[in-house]
Design a protein. Structure first.
Length: 62
């Protein structure tokens, strides 16, 4: 995750810079691990089959 093999771009540094987040070298391994977990969750959500004909949920009531 930290370096894109195809172009050599440091994706993690770019994302941190985009939100003005300081990213010390000591924190990189943990940030990389968490980003990897989050990408896994994104893949799960994107893999859900959703119909275009489902009615939207307009409000949430706990």
């Amino acid at each position: 995750m930290s370096v894109n093999d195809d172009s050599g771009v440091d994706e993690l540094a770019i994302m941190a810079q985009a939100v003005a987040l300081p990213l010390p070298d000591a924190c990189r391994p943990g940030v990389e691990a968490n980003a990897s977990v989050l990408r896994g969750y994104v893949a799960l959500i994107e893999g859900l089959p959703l119909s275009d004909h489902c009615e939207p949920a307009f409000g949430y009531t706990p």
